[in-house]
Ligand binder design. Structure first.
Ligand code: ZN
Length: 370
């Protein structure tokens, strides 16, 4: 087995454009055109993450790869043909609104195929033992995308496409998807909720996105009953609440399920300064969540762990959270110090609020684990 971490990236994925927006608001009416990055799902967040990997020297200790686009066959295992045709036609016509909060620009169809292709290749690299674990800097993201519809900045279900490609190619059995993006992994859940071979777990801010969604009672349907777990956390949850949920629910669920591969829908928008959510994580939170899953993967599936990039909208802070994550995956610690760590550590919930949050996690753990 190759001991290194593989990192999949392609500059072209940063050329996907959502058109003129201020954060998530289409420009027009009372919404002034912005001078800066514009849409929240900005390429700058990802470019700065990759740049920090480069200037810190960490990139030189990773296997760096690009990949080809997902094939039509790959896409059709998850998405309907009519949806794909509609997506391509709008992309060819210069872009527009493909779904709710899902604006695209010219060429977004091909770029989304490339984003999914990076995730497919990252999974393949690990399953073929060419890397110990892997990270795919996929953009646009995928976890809100439904089989037949785009939403929430997501146009193709990158992780689902990668899972089905791996199953078709290698006969892979059970796979677990842990989604710590601050928004609910509704697309992944909807695609696999009737399946017992894919465990989906989403930690998310209660009621944030899809708007109003909580999901604590949804445990899968039919053959998939028990293979879907939602961990909605109240706004203001921080480092300790997340780590408690990982230790009390995520890791025990993995041990019970015995996956052959663990995939993380790795969004960084639960960090404390994200504009699209209200959680209080910092770089060490992502480092320790990655450690917990890396150790679970070592125990359960020969270390087979793949992280696929999802959300995260703070241009300034996502790079430090991402660097900590890739440091932990690779076992390489750079000289970079997170300049915001101490500030965020001082913003954590009070003891009383934390006790309430942990109590909620315990209550949920008793329902889904004990
Ligand atoms: Zn998100």
């Amino acid at each position: 087995m190759n001991p290194t971490t593989a990192f999949f990236f392609d500059e072209m994925t940063l050329w996907h454009s959502a058109g003129a927006h201020a954060l998530t608001l289409p420009v027009g009416g009372w919404v002034q055109p912005p001078a800066g990055a514009g849409h929240a799902e900005s390429p700058e967040t990802k470019r700065r993450f990759k740049s920090l990997l480069d200037v810190s020297g960490l990139s030189r200790q990773l296997q760096l790869h690009s990949a080809g686009p997902a094939s039509e066959e790959d896409l059709l295992r998850v998405h309907g043909r009519a949806y794909l045709q509609r997506f391509k036609a709008l992309s060819d016509a210069g872009g527009g609104e493909l779904g709710p909060q899902a604006p695209i620009g010219p060429g977004s169809f091909e770029i989304a195929r490339l984003s999914a292709g990076l995730a497919i290749a990252a999974v393949n690299q690990v399953l073929s033992d060419q890397a110990h674990n892997a990270y795919s800097l996929s953009r646009p993201p995928g976890h809100h995308c439904l089989a037949d519809g785009a939403m929430g900045f997501c146009f193709l279900a990158n992780i689902a496409i990668a899972i089905e490609a791996a199953k078709a190619r290698s006969g892979l059995g059970k796979i677990a998807v842990i989604d710590w993006d601050v928004h609910h992994g509704n697309g992944t859940q909807s695609i696999f909720e009737a399946r017992g071979d894919v465990l989906t777990i989403s930690l998310h801010q209660d009621g944030c996105y899809p708007p109003g969604y909580s999901g604590a009672q949804e445990r899968g349907v039919g053959a998939g009953l028990g293979a879907n777990i939602n961990i909605p956390l109240l706004p203001g949850s921080g480092h300790a609440a997340y780590l408690h949920a990982v230790a009390r629910i995520v890791v025990p669920a993995l041990e019970r399920f015995q996956p052959e591969l663990i995939i993380v829908a790795c969004g960084y928008d639960a960090n404390a300064v994200d504009p699209l959510a209200r959680m209080l994580l910092h770089s060490d939170s992502f480092r320790l969540m990655t450690r917990a899953l890396r150790q679970a993967a070592e125990r359960l599936c020969q270390g087979r762990l793949v992280l696929v990039h999802e959300g995260g909208y703070s241009e300034a802070y996502v790079p430090f959270c991402g660097l900590a994550t890739v440091e932990e995956l690779s076992g390489v610690r750079t000289a970079v110090v997170d300049p915001m760590l101490e500030f965020v550590q001082l913003q954590q919930p009070t003891a009383a609020l934390l006790a309430f949050q942990k109590q909620w996690v315990e209550q949920l753990a008793q329902q889904v684990i004990d």
